[in-house]
Design a protein around this ligand. Structure first.
Ligand code: DX5
Ligand code: ZN
Length: 217
């Protein structure tokens, strides 16, 4: 499994996003947390800023939509050129239609589960997605402590993915840092979102190198 690191710009300086993207040339993705103050109790950014970022960086954009009604809004992010668009199970009313739309617009389709949402009911969706995101904190804020209780689900999800051909990437997001990333990798994750562990570091690019080395052990 190839390890991929997706630094979250939620912990970056929002006034200098182009510079912050340039500070992580070794990132596989730039993780962009879209929050609407309804699905989660926080408000961040939306489509116009994603469009601006796409012009400012060649790193592919990994949009994590923590919003109500993703069925209405998610295709727009694929349309403007996000490389990956992830919707939440708890918010989507027509996940199959929406995931198919995301794919037909040329983006990878991601499907996210909160810590308290079980993975088993979604086994039949594995053929419709390119990435499963298992949240390792309740979404809404950066810098929250990693929830070890999610690790058994990461293991079960990895087993389900392997049973279905092993194509789907398994992403973890929340509290992923040098003291937790090895546990996530060992449980079967292969795409790692890290906000404060990257942008809180003096040298974000070296932080990515360190995380990648730990996850690859
Ligand atoms: C939280 C967001 C995360 C956040 C992670 O709801 O989805 O992407 O930026 O931040 P850290 O890595 O600091 O927990
Ligand atoms: Zn996120």
């Amino acid at each position: 499994m190839a390890v991929q690191i997706s630094p979250s710009i939620l912990s970056a300086d929002f006034a200098r996003l182009a510079d912050e993207a340039a500070a992580v040339p070794n990132a596989d993705w730039l993780h962009v947390d879209v929050m609407d103050n309804h699905f989660v109790p926080n408000l961040t950014l939306g489509l116009p800023i994603v469009e601006a970022l796409l012009k400012a960086t060649s790193t592919p954009i990994d949009c994590h939509l923590m919003i109500e009604n993703p069925d209405r809004w998610a295709p727009g992010y694929a349309e403007v050129g996000a490389g990956s668009v992830t919707i939440h199970a708890e918010a989507a009313k027509s996940p199959v239609r929406t995931l198919r739309q995301i794919r037909s617009l040329g983006a990878r389709a991601g499907f996210a589960l909160n810590p308290a949402t079980p993975v088993e009911p979604y086994e039949d969706l594995l053929g419709e997605i390119d990435m499963l995101l298992l949240m390792t904190v309740d979404p809404g804020f950066g810098g929250q402590p990693f929830l070890d209780m999610v690790l058994p689900k990461v293991r079960r999800a990895r087993a389900l993915i392997e049973r279905h051909g092993g194509q789907v990437w398994l992403q973890v997001d929340g509290g992923v840092a040098s003291d937790t990333i090895e546990r996530c990798a060992e449980a079967g994750a292969d795409v790692f979102v890290a906000g404060s562990a990257v942008y809180g570091a003096d040298d974000p690019a070296s932080a990515i190198d360190r995380l990648r080395a730990l996850a690859s052990r």
